[in-house]
Design a protein. Structure first.
Lengths: 565, 186
C-alpha cells in the first residue's frame, strides 16, 4: 500500500517540478522573447502565416480576438461534421466502421472543438483512423484555443492602458508549435517504448490459451494519447480510455499520462506570474487551487482504498479496495487520485470507471467539475478562476468599504455583471439539463433504459453527464445510455454555451479593465496577493458552489451514501 | 469578418498538415525503429502469438483465473460494467461470483478471496491479477495439474511484478504470462 501512496506523491511532485519551468518558458513564448525552439519554429510559423495571409504582428482588441476565435472554431466544427458523417468511404478505414449519425456527429464534433471530449461512441467501432486523426487535430487546436485565450488575459492585465491585446493567431499557433507539439513528440516516444501501438492496420485476431478466438483493436494510439493529456482533452482512442491496456500499458505510462495532463494547467498559473512579474499572486492562486484539490483528492483516495462496504460485508478479503471498474496495475489509490485530477482539470480521461466509484467519491468528482477552477483546463482554468477573483475583489471591496480594484484597475458594475452571469451560467445549464432529463425519465418509462443503475445512482448518472458537459470535462458515469437524440443534442448545446461564454466573459472583463486608467497601488489598495485574499476567494468559491449544487448532490451521491451504510 | 474567414480556413489546413500528417508520420517512423515496431508487446509461444497487455478469459480450472470482464476479454471493444456500488443486481452478481469460486476451490476460506477476483476491471481487458488472487488459486491448480505446491509458489514468485523501481505502484501478476509459463511447466 505504501508504494501506491508514494506513487501518487511522485506524480504530483514531478508535475510541479516540470510545471514551474514550463510556466517560465510559456511566459517567454507569449511575450515574444527568444526561446530554444526559435531556429526550428520561426521559419515554420512565418510560412504558415504567409500562406494564411495573416499579419501576426497586427494587434487586436478583445472583440476582434473573440471574432477570430469563434470563426476558426466554427470552421473546425463544420469540418468535423463532414469527416464524421463520411468516414466510412473516406480513406484509412480498414475496419469498415460506419458513418456517424447526424446527431452523434453533431455532439462529437462540438465536444472535441470545445475541448470536452464527451464521447457517446466507442473508438473501436465508432471511428475510422481518419476520424481518430481528425479528432486528434481538434485536440491540438482546442487546447491551443484555450491557451491563446489565457494569453489575451495576460496581456490585458499588464500595467498600462490599452485596447491592443496581441494577435490571436499568433498566440494560437505558438501554443501548438512551441508547447503542445514538441511535448507530444517526446511523450509519444516514451509511449512507443512502453508497448503502445502505432500503426494503421485493421483489427488483429488471435486464439487465446483457452481456445477462444478474440479480436484486438489497434491503431495510431501512441500519437493520439500524448495530446489527449497535454491538451487536457481526455478523449480516449479506445472506449475504455486510459483504463485500456493498450492506451495505458503500465504504471510508468500511468505516471507519464498523469504528469502530461497536470503540467500545462500548472504551467499556465506560473506563466501568469512570470509574464506579469507578479509571482506572489500566482503562488497565491496555486495555493488556493491546491488546497481545494487536496480537499477533494484525499477523501477519494481514502474511500477507494477502503473499498465498498457492501462487498466487505460479504466476508471476502477487501484489502485491495474498490476494484470494480479498476485495473490491478494501477490499484485503488492511483485510480482515486486520477479521478480527481481528471475532474478538477478538464481532462476527463479515466483510468478507472467513475460510475463504479464510491458514492462520495462520485460526489467529489462532481464537485471538482462544478467548481471547475482548481487548476482547470488548458488555459481556461485560469479564466474560470479569474471570474472568482473578480467576485472576491468585489465582495471584499464592499466589506471593507473600498473601491474594488484588481491589478491597478477599478472593477465596476459592468465587469461584475459579466462575472456574475458567467458564474451563474454553469449551475443553470447543469441543473436545468438534469431536471429536464429527470422529468423525461419519470414521465416516460421507456426513457428509464438510459440508466444503468437504479435509484439515486441513476440520478447521479444524469447529473454527471450535464456537469461533465458544462465543465467541458468529458468523463462520464458511462453506464448512461447517451447515444440518442436527446442526449446528443441537449449536451451538445450545453457544451457550446459553456465553452464559449466562459471564454468570452473573462476576456471581455480583462479587455474592459485594460482600457481603464492604471492606478498605482497605495496604502488604501486591497492587496490581492495575500493569503487573506486567498481565503476570501476560496470562501466565494465554496459559497457559490454549495448554494447552487447542494440540493442536487443530496438527491444523488449523498443519498446513495446513506443507503449503502 | 471575411478576412478572418479565409485566413481561418487556410490556417486550419496548414495546422492540420502539421498536427495530423507531419506529426503522425514522424511518430510512425520512430515506431518502426523501436523494439516492438509499434505493434504492442507480443509474446510468441509455440508459433502462437499473444498480446502481453491484453488479458484473456481464463475460466478453466487448470488455469489461474483472470478477473471478470464486461466484454468477455474480446479486445474488439473495451468497457467496464459501470455498475454503481449500491446497485442490488450488481451486488448479487458479486455474491454469485464468490459462491462459484468457492465451489471450484474447495477448502478455500471465503475471507481469503481477494476483491479483484470478483469485480470487473475498467477496460474489461485487465491482464493482471493481484498476488493474493494467484495464491488463493494455488491449491486448485496444484491438484488438477499434479504439480507440487512449492513449484507453483516459485512460479508465482517469479511472475510477481514488483512496484516500479521498487517504489511506485502496486504489486501484480500478469495472468497471461503466468498461465503460459504454467502450460510449459509440464
Amino acid at each position: 500500500m505504501n508504494s501506491e501512496i508514494s506513487g501518487i506523491l511522485f506524480m504530483f511532485a514531478a508535475s510541479l517540478a516540470i510545471g514551474i519551468p514550463l510556466g517560465k518558458y510559456i511566459a517567454r513564448v507569449y511575450a515574444g522573447e527568444k526561446t530554444l525552439l526559435d531556429p526550428v519554429m520561426n521559419p515554420v510559423e512565418k510560412l504558415f502565416f504567409r500562406i494564411s495571409g495573416i499579419n501576426a504582428g497586427k494587434e487586436m482588441n478583445w472583440k476582434q480576438h473573440m471574432v477570430a476565435m469563434l470563426m476558426i472554431n466554427m470552421i473546425w466544427f463544420l469540418l468535423g461534421m463532414f469527416v464524421l458523417m463520411n468516414q466510412s468511404w473516406l480513406p484509412l478505414n480498414p475496419d469498415g466502421n460506419p458513418n456517424m449519425s447526424s446527431d452523434l456527429a453533431f455532439n462529437t464534433s462540438i465536444s472535441f472543438v470545445v475541448n470536452c471530449n464527451l464521447q457517446h461512441y466507442s473508438g473501436e467501432t465508432g471511428l475510422s483512423y481518419l476520424g481518430q486523426l481528425f479528432l486528434m487535430f481538434l485536440q491540438f487546436v482546442s487546447a491551443a484555443t484555450g491557451m491563446a485565450a489565457a494569453a489575451i488575459l495576460f496581456v490585458a492585465l499588464k500595467e498600462k492602458t490599452t485596447t491592443q491585446l496581441g494577435n490571436f493567431y499568433n498566440f494560437f499557433l505558438k501554443s501548438i508549435t512551441r508547447v503542445l507539439l514538441p511535448l507530444s513528440m517526446i511523450i509519444a516516444v516514451i509511449f512507443l517504448l512502453n508497448g503502445m501501438p502505432m500503426g494503421f492496420e485493421a483489427k488483429d485476431s488471435f486464439t487465446s490459451l483457452q481456445g477462444d478466438t478474440v479480436q484486438v483493436s489497434r491503431g495510431p494510439v501512441a500519437a493520439f494519447v500524448p495530446i489527449k493529456h497535454l491538451g487536457t482533452n481526455g478523449g480516449g482512442f479506445f472506449g475504455a480510455n486510459s483504463a485500456h491496456p493498450l492506451e495505458n500499458p503500465n504504471y510508468f505510462t500511468n505516471i507519464v499520462e498523469m504528469i502530461a495532463q497536470l503540467i500545462i494547467p500548472f504551467a499556465m498559473i506560473f506563466a501568469f506570474g512570470f509574464y506579469l512579474r507578479k509571482r506572489k499572486l500566482s503562488r497565491m492562486i496555486f495555493a488556493v487551487m491546491t488546497i481545494g484539490f487536496l480537499l477533494l483528492a484525499i477523501p477519494n483516495i481514502i474511500m477507494e482504498v477502503k473499498g465498498n462496504p457492501a462487498i466487505a460485508a460479504m466476508g471476502i478479503d477487501n484489502s485491495l479496495g474498490a476494484m470494480e471498474g479498476k485495473e490491478v496495475r494501477f490499484g485503488a489509490a492511483a485510480s482515486g487520485f486520477w479521478s480527481i485530477v481528471t475532474t478538477v482539470i478538464s481532462t476527463g480521461s479515466v483510468n478507472a470507471m467513475h460510475d463504479s466509484t464510491m458514492p462520495l467519491s462520485g460526489m467529489n468528482e462532481l464537485l471538482a467539475m462544478m467548481i471547475n477552477a482548481f487548476y482547470g483546463g488548458c488555459g481556461v482554468g485560469l479564466l474560470n478562476f479569474f471570474i472568482f477573483i473578480i467576485l472576491a475583489v468585489f465582495i471584499s471591496g464592499l466589506m471593507v468599504g473600498r473601491t474594488p480594484e484588481f491589478m491597478g484597475k477599478k472593477v465596476e458594475a459592468r465587469e461584475i455583471k459579466i462575472a456574475m452571469i458567467i458564474a451563474l451560467l454553469h449551475p443553470l445549464l447543469i441543473l436545468a439539463g438534469t431536471a429536464l432529463s429527470s422529468y423525461l425519465v419519470v414521465n416516460n418509462p421507456a426513457n428509464a433504459a438510459w440508466l444503468n443503475n437504479p435509484g439515486h445512482h441513476g440520478f447521479s448518472e444524469m447529473l454527471y453527464e450535464y456537469t461533465s458537459s458544462a465543465a467541458n470535462n468529458g468523463s462520464g458515469f458511462e453506464g448512461l445510455g447517451d447515444n440518442n437524440l436527446w442526449w446528443n443534442i441537449s449536451t451538445g448545446f450545453v457544451l457550446i454555451l459553456s465553452r464559449f461564454l466562459p471564454i468570452i466573459g473573462p476576456v471581455a472583463i480583462a479587455g474592459l479593465l485594460a482600457q481603464k486608467k492604471y492606478i498605482p497601488a497605495s496604502a488604501g489598495t486591497l492587496k490581492t496577493d495575500t493569503s487573506t485574499f486567498g481565503i476570501m476567494i476560496f470562501a466565494v468559491i465554496v459559497l457559490i458552489t454549495a448554494l447552487a449544487f447542494f440540493p442536487a448532490l443530496a438527491l444523488g451521491p449523498i443519498a446513495e451514501y446513506f443507503n449503502l451504510r | 469578418m471575411k478576412e478572418h474567414f479565409f485566413s481561418a480556413i487556410r490556417l486550419t489546413v496548414v495546422s492540420m498538415l502539421l498536427c495530423s500528417v507531419v506529426y503522425v508520420l514522424l511518430i510512425s517512423g520512430i515506431a518502426t525503429i523501436t523494439p516492438q515496431k509499434g505493434k504492442g508487446e507480443l509474446i510468441t509461444v509455440n508459433g502462437k502469438t499473444y498480446y502481453a497487455n491484453i488479458g484473456q478469459k481464463f475460466t478453466d480450472d487448470k488455469y489461474f483465473w483472470s478477473r471478470p470482464s464486461a466484454v468477455d476479454y474480446n479486445a474488439a471493444g473495451s468497457a467496464g460494467s459501470n455498475k454503481g456500488p449500491s446497485n442490488p443486481d450488481y451486488l448479487a452478481t458479486v455474491q454469485a461470483r464468490i459462491d462459484t469460486f468457492l465451489v471450484h476451490n474447495p477448502g478455500v476460506k471465503k475471507s481469503a478471496i481477494p476483491v479483484d477476483l470478483v469485480t470487473a476491471s475498467g477496460s474489461g481487458l485487465d491482464p493482471h491479477i493481484s498476488v493474493l488472487a494467484a495464491n488463493v488459486q494455488l491449491k486448485r491448480i496444484a491438484k488438477i495439474r499434479g504439480i507440487a505446491e512449492p513449484n507453483l509458489e516459485e512460479l508465482i514468485l517469479t511472475y510477481t511484478e514488483k512496484p516500479l523501481l521498487g517504489l511506485f505502484g502496486p504489486e501484480r501478476i500478469n495472468v497471461v504470462k503466468l498461465n503460459i509459463a504454467l502450460d510449459q511447466l509440464k
